[in-house]
Each structure stands twice: as C-alpha cells, then as structure tokens.
Write a protein of this length. Structure first.
Length: 331
C-alpha cells in the first residue's frame, strides 16, 4: 500500500471541484489548478494528475516540473487533447474514461442517422422556415447498410443499436480479424470497398498516428452516392474541405458532425452554411451525470493506485488511444 499521494486536479478549483470527488478525500491529498499558472506552481509536488478540463499547453509548458508525477487520469475517452511528445516519451501511465461515453455516443450516432433517413432533419428545417412540403417519401432504415470506421467501444455501441433497428453493419479497423460479436471486421485496406455500399458511415476513430485525415477526398469519393456521414471521433480524422466539397456537390446526402478541427466553431465558419449538415457542439456524450461517472472511474483507479493494484483503462501512448487494459504501475 502506498502512502496518501498528492493529487493535482487540472482545470478545476477547490470551490468548484469535479462532482463527487469528495468520496476520495480519505485516499489522497488534493490540490487544484484552475489555470496554467496554478498548474505550473503545483505540478512539482504532484504524484497523480486528474486531467479534468485543462489545456494541453498548460502541461506541456510546465512539463519539466513534473518530477514526481507517476500517473495521469484523463476525464475524456479521447486523449489527443492531452498527449504531447514529452509525455509520450516519458512512459508515465495514462488512463482514460473508457466506458463512460460509449452508450450515450452510440445513441447520438443512431439518432443522427435517423434524423436524415426519416426526413426529420428536413422537417425541422421546414418548421423553422414555416414551409409545408409533404409530397415526399423515404427509404426504410431497416435493411440499410451502416459502416462503422473504428471498432472500439463507441463504434461497437452504435453498431449494436443499428443492428437492433435491422440495419446491416460492417466494422472497419486497422487490420482484418474475426470478432466474437460482429464476425469479420475489415482491415484498413478494405475501407473503400466497404464504403461503396454504405448508406450511413460513422467515424468513431481517435485522432492518433495513422488516423490523420483518413477521411480525405478519395475516401469521400469512394462512398456510395447519397450516403450520410457522421463524425463522433475527432475533427483531425477528416479533411474538412474534402467533406464540404462532397456535400456541396451533392455526392453525399448529409453529415452530422459533433467534432471539428476548430472548436468552438467561429461565427464565420463555412460549416454554418454548408448544405445538409447537422452541427453539434462536441456534446454527443454529455448526458446528465457524465461528470460524476468520470469521477467514479478516477476514484476507483485511485483506490487501486493506493493499494498497488492494476489501474483500469490504460492508454497506449505510442498508439494514441486507450486499450481498455489494466496495468500495474511499476515501482
């Protein structure tokens, strides 16, 4: 068992701490860093860093002070907003909030596809314009084809819901393999062939080495005409200009985007005027109680840390995403 560690909570204050963190009061000594200066001042004495709502630049600028740091818990599933070369090279254990956001984001993705497939998005637009255009039909969702690119927990959560609606689902990952739940998962070399038959395409990829702009002009051209694209992964996985071109030309039937290269979207962003787009402000996983659920993951891991037990949700620093594995901290 370890002595009570010092935990630095980045992006929160003692007056407004993460919800439910008081449950860990007996496990550790807590300090708070609501801004970059406070983080730089306190980082030297921190053994554990709870990355609640901070900017990567805060940690990167103060990194040389992280002399005692052994473990970082991210409040997010994606860790591209935390990792930088110095941290990756350090080998420090990083864990994420894997499992908290899977089902909520899966629900959002299916709702986005349904909004287009059922015509509901068009009805909302027509309502705002005071316009009645009832002479139209639509295809059934059942029997349509969904391709999920990124077969991690979030992509799989969406795939399960799609199958429940009678959709045919194909998953695409880094390498082909047979999966106990979904059968064959296609590898990256099969991406374009899968997209050619897809009515709906879900980007559930992390922004990591190997996924940068994987959805580029060639990829969108490979998609079936009229397909709808949704992104719940990261903006950096998409060539946004190529996506806009595919939408403006009419090659794609629509897009539902929760993540972007530039967040929050500025007032003059072309996305506000791009046709057939649903803009969502990076909130697809933010259901009621998500903060407390993330804190529960951290508190559980902190208890394991104090006892010297394996921590949940380890991140592969080189790969740039969580693996879901448990990992024992050395020493």
């Amino acid at each position: 068992m370890r002595d009570s560690p010092t935990v630095l909570v980045a992006g929160a204050s003692a007056e407004d701490p993460p919800p439910g963190l008081d449950a860990a009061g007996s496990l550790a000594s807590f300090r708070y860093a609501p801004d970059a200066d406070a983080l730089a001042d306190a980082l030297g004495g921190a053994e554990v860093l709870f990355w609640w709502g901070a900017s990567r630049a805060w940690l990167e600028d103060a990194w040389t002070r992280a002399r005692a740091l052994r473990w970082i818990q991210s409040a997010s599933d994606g860790v591209d907003g935390l990792l930088f070369p110095g941290l990756v090279a350090s080998g420090i254990l990083v864990t994420n909030a894997r499992g908290v956001f899977d089902d909520p984001i899966g629900e959002w993705a299916i709702a986005a596809f349904l909004a287009f497939a059922t015509g509901l998005r068009r009805s909302i637009v027509d309502t705002a314009a005071g316009r009645w255009e009832g002479d139209r039909t639509r295809a059934r969702v059942a029997g349509s084809h969904l391709v999920v690119v990124g077969p991690g927990p979030i992509g799989r959560a969406a795939a399960r819901r799609a199958r429940d609606l009678g959709m045919v689902v194909t998953l695409v990952g880094r390498a082909p393999r047979i999966d106990a739940e979904f059968g064959r998962i296609e590898g990256a070399e099969g991406l374009h062939a899968a997209l050619a038959t897809a009515d709906h395409v879900l980007d559930a990829l992390p922004h990591a080495p190997g996924t940068e702009r994987i959805f580029d002009a060639q990829t969108f051209t490979a998609m079936k005409p009229g397909a709808v694209f949704a992104n719940v992964g990261r903006g950096g996985t998409v060539d946004e200009e190529a996506l806009r071109d595919a939408l403006v030309s009419g090659h794609l039937g629509g897009a539902a985007l929760d993540v972007f290269d530039d967040e929050p979207l500025p007032e003059g962003s072309p996305w506000w005027s791009t046709p057939n787009v649903i803009v969502s402000p990076h909130v697809c996983g933010d259901v009621h109680g998500w903060g407390a659920a993330v804190v529960d993951v951290f508190v559980d891991n902190l208890g394991r840390y104090v006892l010297g037990e394996p921590l949940r949700n380890a991140v592969d620093l080189e790969a740039g995403f969580g693996t879901g594995e448990e990992r024992v901290l050395d020493g």
